[in-house]
Design a protein around this ligand. Structure first.
Ligand code: APR
Length: 171
């Protein structure tokens, strides 16, 4: 099954890559970012700091993705991506699609076969679940149809509402 939809906590998923809904600073935050750093331990932040001291001196741009160790999480890597903040006046859909596409391309470059995504931008960044589900599922489905080592993408939704919305939009 190339795309799975489950309800649960992404930090417990036994996959090759767990995708983090990070922010530009790459230095942690609340929501899923906070959960990943809490459960993953200090090694993740240490690698994020190295990225900031090197190639990502100005932080990670919206839509970009970068990998670190997964620390103590049951995964091999965490791929951090920065989702767009919802805007009523500006259509940032392409940036949300970029988050998913670039996260999968980074995962594939590592040789990952299974990847877990949270519902990027739908928490603190206020993106409506319906719209986010459509963009996420369309982008991931298209990427899986292309040439990639990734065989399974699992959307891990926190709560019944998000789970139901994503399930409804699974092509
Ligand atoms: N597992 C799976 N999903 C989770 C978890 C978890 N442990 N914790 C939260 N979520 C869900 C939220 O319910 C929401 O649906 O992840 C989705 C994304 O919410 P946020 O984590 O708030 O991420 P986002 O909306 O992209 O905002 C990013 O929040 O945490 C900060 O540092 C982060 O500044 C950045 C901003």
């Amino acid at each position: 099954m190339p795309v799975e939809i489950v309800e649960g906590d992404i930090t417990t998923q036994q996959v090759d890559v767990i995708v983090n809904a990070a922010n530009t600073s790459l230095l942690g935050g609340g929501g899923v970012d906070g959960a990943i750093h809490r459960r993953g331990g200090p090694e993740i932040l240490a690698e994020c700091r190295k990225l900031r001291a090197g190639h990502y001196g100005r932080g990670l741009k919206v839509g970009q993705a970068v990998a670190t160790t997964a620390g103590r999480l049951p995964a091999r890597w965490v791929v951090h991506t920065v989702g767009p903040v919802w805007s009523d006046t500006e259509d940032r859909s392409a940036l949300l699609a970029d988050c998913h596409r670039n996260s999968l391309r980074v995962a594939a470059s590592l040789g990952a076969v299974t990847v877990a995504f949270p519902a990027i931008s739908t928490g603190i960044y206020r993106w409506p679940l319906e719209s986010a589900a459509k963009i996420a599922l369309e982008t991931v489905t298209a990427e899986l149809a292309a040439d990639t080592s990734v065989q399974t993408v699992r959307f891990v939704l926190f709560g019944q509402q998000a789970y139901t919305v994503f399930r409804t939009h699974l092509p």
